[in-house]
Write a protein that binds this ligand. Structure first.
Ligand code: NAD
Ligand code: UDP
Length: 313
């Protein structure tokens, strides 16, 4: 049986990944410091004898015996990663060094959950992996963007210097059940606002675009990349369906049947104007492409939040 380490395994994407890896018959170790998640995401897995949880901060070294590592530990929403930006950089840099150390010693294959944010405010559209990006190195998003860029560098240097078996994926905006209702990301914000009759907070004009991938598709892509022997990446994983934030708000208002009104607030600094993955490489190298359109994925996510809010005091 394969021993698989998932750092950030209690988070939104990580908890879905742990679930899928257990279903596929792996022994799964979830390592998390629960800084942006809670045990609720993995409660249903705790009785599984093949599932183990370690409360640990990836910034601190740790020794583990594993065959594969999915390295996801890092705050992902702008609100979370900007609370303590220095810690965010340390998480990406020291955290990656520590996990690469395990991979090197154990000869384990290690996957980095990098991000479309490495493209910054992109001047090439859609974004292929060959694009080097347009990132502000000193702005409020830099702790995340530059942290992930440095993590990518570390992965490739370990590969070149120590022959470490690496896989780097660049994840584009992903949504679905188990997103936190209050972490500030657009899908969860708009759904919670629509369901509770609050104003929908549109930042800027709402003409900026994003491309939204349903979490089940993303998890399939992560596993396919892990299984693509010797493929280093970077490979984009995302759904190329592109929407303006205005269009997203209208869809959510329509799905929820909400009477919430849109209000306009200032656009955060360095907010990317447009974003859409070129997934040619993922299609060619992994045989992967998303299967869940936004019109199917959003109603499922709305259902999740409806239940969550119903059960909250
Ligand atoms: P999340 O915040 O739900 O999950 C991150 C998990 O990492 C949490 O459980 C958190 O407690 C844990 N964590 C954070 N810092 C840690 C540390 N120092 N030590 C140990 N654990 C730590 O976010 P998510 O959306 O599930 O994102 C998972 C990964 O995917 C992140 O690396 C993120 O950068 C990447 N990613 C996500 C998206 C997206 O749209 N969700 C897009 C691009 C990249
Ligand atoms: N956004 C918005 N209202 C919100 C939250 C986000 O208009 O309540 C916008 C945000 O400015 C950005 C887009 O939605 O243009 C996506 O934001 P998110 O934080 O989800 O992801 P990221 O900017 O990291 O892609």
């Amino acid at each position: 049986m394969r021993r698989v380490l998932v750092t950030g395994g209690a988070g939104f994407i990580g908890s879905h990944l742990c679930e899928r890896l257990l279903d596929q018959g792996n022994d799964v170790i979830c390592l998390d410091n629960f800084s942006t998640s809670s045990r609720h995401n993995i409660l249903h897995l705790l009785q599984n004898p093949h599932f183990e949880v370690i409360r640990h901060d990836v910034i601190e070294p740790i020794r583990l015996e594993v065959d594969q590592i999915y390295h996801l530990a890092c705050p992902a929403s702008p609100i979370h990663y900007q609370i303590n930006p220095i810690k965010t950089i340390k998480t990406s840099v020291s955290g990656s060094i520590n996990m690469l150390g395990i991979a090197k010693r154990q000869r384990a294959r290690i996957l980095l959950a990098s991000t479309s944010e490495v493209y910054g405010d992109p001047q090439v559209h859609p974004q292929p992996e060959s694009y080097w990006g347009n990132v502000n190195p000193i702005g409020p998003r830099s702790c995340y963007d530059e942290g992930k860029r440095c993590a990518e560098t570390l992965f490739f240097d370990y590969h070149r210097q120590h022959k470490t078996d690496i896989a780097v994926v660049r994840i584009f905006n992903t949504y679905g059940p188990r997103m936190l209702p209050n972490d500030g990301r657009v899908v969860s914000n708009f759904i919670v606002q629509a369901l509770t009759g609050q104003n929908i907070t549109m930042y800027g004009s709402g003409n900026q675009t994003r491309s939204f991938c349903y979490v089940d598709d993303l998890v399939a892509g992560l596993i396919q990349m892990m299984n693509a022997t010797a493929e280093t990446g970077p490979v984009n994983l995302g759904n190329p369906e592109e929407y303006t934030i205005q269009e997203l708000a209208k869809k959510i208002i329509q799905i929820t049947g909400s009477s919430s009104q849109i209000i306009y607030q200032p656009l955060p600094q360095d907010d990317p104007t447009q974003r859409k993955p070129d997934i040619t490489l993922a299609q060619k190298k992994l045989g992967w492409q998303p299967t869940v359109p936004v019109d199917i994925g959003l109603p499922k996510t709305v259902e999740y939040f409806r239940n969550l809010l119903k059960n909250q005091p």
